[in-house]
Design a protein around this ligand. Structure first.
Ligand SMILES: C[S@@+](CC[C@H](N)C(=O)[O-])C[C@H]1O[C@@H](n2cnc3c(N)ncnc32)[C@H](O)[C@@H]1O
Ligand SMILES: [Zn+2]
Ligand SMILES: [Zn+2]
Length: 348
């Protein structure tokens, strides 16, 4: 039986970007689910099945769960289907918590190897929260290797567009110099024993760990999809700093941690939820996280730009955050990967 809708929905649509469903996983064209809820309630009956053939991050599916409707979601993009599946999956909370605990336990030794450091105050075992990396370049005037960190920061910590060589005082712009390999300049370390958190230059041992060729130690799978020059978000900058594949958006250390987390997620008793949890942290663990003189904010969306000063966040630490989904047990969401036109019978 079909219901004819006489009156169009005429009320203001209110939605925010702050809900856990909106914030759980990034996607470039998300719609707040609470803005979709009144539409579903106005245009469908409680026993309706709602189809979104271009579901993106699956916010319409979340809205279905909020209203007790069954949903069918589809998208051409496998990434969208992965994110939609995660947003609308409803794992048993206890099983989810146990699987998350096991995953973190599985990664604990590697986390310690990659990010632990002796506390400077109490010599206890402290943890690197993040490392700040700086581009380097050769001064066009005196030929010395200079850190962007030293050349661009004003006394108040903000960045100057004019670079000043700390050795010879020559001034120039970033576009005048050839960027060299990045180097670590700062760490933020927290110590559970003496309850301190400090930001300071790296010790020699920390610098050695940061600069170690971690990629050579990786035995797990990691993505090597090429970033071809024809891609919309490709920039000459990627060529200049050696970004050739997806893997190059990560430091070797974080790539190793993420590869291990992905393997552990796939081996988990709750693979869908763990894979989803794992990909929520990927952007924040990448070199796309731009350093800020005040405090870390977030990765810039809609660009693959890599700044001259970047954070390398402890990716194992980021995995601790979890997601949950709403909705009564009687409704569910089906997610598929296919062309929306094919769903309507117009495709091949
Ligand atoms: C505007 S976004 C949808 C955003 C979504 N409402 C959300 O909350 O995230 C449009 C989506 O359509 C998908 N898309 C584009 N062409 C498609 C096609 N022919 N078949 C299926 N999906 C397609 C894109 O991958 C993208 O995820
Ligand atoms: Zn301490
Ligand atoms: Zn110089």
């Amino acid at each position: 039986m079909t219901t004819q809708i006489i009156e169009p929905y005429r009320h203001e649509i209110i939605g925010g970007k702050g809900s856990i469903y909106y914030r759980a996983h990034s996607y470039h064209t998300k719609v707040p689910p609470e803005g979709i809820v009144p539409m579903i309630e106005h245009y469908t009956r409680p026993d309706a099945v709602v189809l979104d053939p271009f579901c993106g991050s699956g916010m319409a599916g979340v809205a279905c769960l909020m209203t007790g409707r069954n949903g069918v979601l589809s998208d051409l993009s496998p990434a969208a289907v992965h994110i939609s599946t995660g947003h609308t999956a409803r794992p048993d909370p206890l099983c989810f918590a146990q699987a998350a605990r096991r995953l973190l336990d599985d990664l604990a030794m590697l986390e310690s190897e990659l990010y632990d450091t002796p506390c400077i105050s109490c010599a206890g075992e402290a943890r690197t929260e993040y490392t700040v990396w700086s581009d380097t370049f050769t001064c066009p005037a005196c030929d010395r290797r200079v850190r962007f960190w030293d050349a661009a920061r004003r006394p108040d910590g903000t960045l100057d567009k004019t670079l000043h060589c700390p050795a010879c005082r020559a001034t120039f712009r970033k576009s005048d110099v050839k960027i060299g390999p990045a180097t670590p300049v700062l760490v933020s370390v927290s110590c559970p024993a003496c309850r301190t958190r400090e930001q300071r230059p790296l010790t020699q041992a920390e610098a050695t760990t940061a600069l170690h060729d971690h990629r050579a130690d990786i035995s797990d799978w990691y993505p090597t999809a090429p970033l071809e020059t024809w891609r919309e978000m490709w920039r000459g900058q990627h060529r200049d700093i050696g970004i050739i594949t997806a893997a190059d958006f990560f430091t070797g250390r974080n790539l190793r941690a993420l590869g291990a987390a992905w393997r552990a997620a796939n081996e988990s008793s709750e693979p869908t939820a763990m894979r989803f949890a794992m990909t929520t942290i990927v952007n924040g663990a990448s070199r796309r996280y731009q350093w800020s003189p005040k405090r870390p904010t977030d990765v810039l969306s809609e660009t693959l730009y890599i700044a001259s000063l970047t954070y390398e966040f402890n990716s194992a630490k980021s995995l601790v955050s979890c997601a949950s989904t709403p909705g009564p047990a009687s409704c569910s969401t089906t997610v598929t990967t296919q062309c929306g036109a094919a769903l309507s019978g117009g495709g091949r």
